[in-house]
Design a protein around this ligand. Structure first.
Ligand SMILES: NC(=O)c1ccc[n+]([C@@H]2O[C@H](COP(=O)([O-])OP(=O)(O)OC[C@H]3O[C@@H](n4cnc5c(N)ncnc54)[C@H](O)[C@@H]3O)[C@@H](O)[C@H]2O)c1
Length: 276
């Protein structure tokens, strides 16, 4: 793409782990579109991920942080502002983790310490990020802050477990904080509800392969890929979407509006025929 939608824009990208990560794809596309940014992830992820190699290519400094720690987040924002000599224009929250999912604990047998951790890492960290940014007055007027969500916030999908609750809270935080940040500072906050995507976090979900196939068949446009999510994120970071705020935007090939598709009906009828 020849245009430079993010020319001169500066930001922070949280959650790029490896080249499958949605945040990684967004970082690649933002860089192509002229943005400068810092990258942040946990010290463990930085040790095991591949982020260092990529950060050199896009001239991005890596700032380690556990997104549940307010002091770590303060450090990410202050170091980023130091690097860029002032306020920034965009922030990506691309963070999710559930120990209940990892350990195979079902939703009717949750470990509550894990549950609180899921909520803290996957949703409250977004509030912490926004509160730190606002208190430090880190975001320029018309800046754009994005987090990644999933349709399990609205509809029940087998296997998504306590992450569904975390995503509901994440989307609610985008609305509640979006009102205040918009009113006081013209900063917009949105969530993108992305199709299931095979990444490290995505692959932890029980039955991921079947889910990806099902949503692909059900969506008139097919599943949205991580690269397509990156394209859309760039538009939401750009000045082309200045009046979009407090929204959860489905980026899912139409899946969220479907109940039954021709392909799914054909498959369903076939399985009934097989039963006879
Ligand atoms: N993959 C999917 O199917 C899918 C669909 C919709 C939404 N999402 C969301 O997209 C986002 C990115 O996930 P992904 O699929 O790219 O997987 P990923 O595993 O590449 O990214 C998840 C990231 O969260 C980071 N993280 C975990 N705990 C953290 C903490 N305490 N502090 C800071 N960072 C922490 C991990 O290190 C990792 O980089 C998540 O919010 C996820 O829920 C994913």
């Amino acid at each position: 793409m020849a245009c430079q939608l993010l020319e001169g824009k500066k930001g922070i990208i949280f959650g790029a782990l490896d080249n499958k990560s949605i945040a990684w794809k967004i970082a690649e596309r933002a860089y192509e579109q002229g943005a400068s940014f810092t990258l942040s992830n946990t010290p463990v992820a930085l040790r095991f991920g591949e982020i260092e190699r990529w950060s050199e290519k896009c001239h991005a400094e890596i700032i380690p942080a556990d997104a549940t720690s307010v002091s770590d987040l303060e450090n990410v924002f202050s170091r980023t502002m130091e690097i860029f000599g002032g306020k920034i224009d965009f922030v990506l929250h691309s963070i999710g983790m559930s120990m209940n999912v990892r350990k195979g604990r079902d939703y009717d047998d949750l470990d509550y310490d894990y549950f609180l951790k899921t909520i803290d890492v996957s949703a409250v960290s977004f509030h912490k990020m926004l509160q730190v940014a606002k208190k430090m007055d880190a975001i320029n007027d018309w800046g754009s802050i994005l987090a990644l969500s999933y349709i399990a916030a609205q509809r029940t999908l087998v296997g998504y477990n306590d992450m569904a609750d975390a995503k509901s809270l994440l989307e609610s935080i985008a609305r509640s904080f979006g009102y205040i940040y918009g009113r006081e500072k013209n900063v917009r906050i949105n969530t993108i509800s992305q199709s299931p995507t095979k990444t490290t976090a995505g692959s932890a979900i029980k039955g991921m392969d079947g889910l990806v196939d099902f949503t692909d068949r059900m969506s008139p446009l097919g599943n949205a890929t991580a690269d397509e999510c990156a394209d859309f994120s760039v538009v939401l970071f750009s000045d082309l979407s200045r009046k979009v705020t407090m929204q959860n935007i489905y980026h899912d090939g139409g899946f969220s509006s479907m109940a039954m598709s021709l392909k799914a009906m054909t498959q369903y009828n076939k399985s009934l025929d097989d039963e006879v």
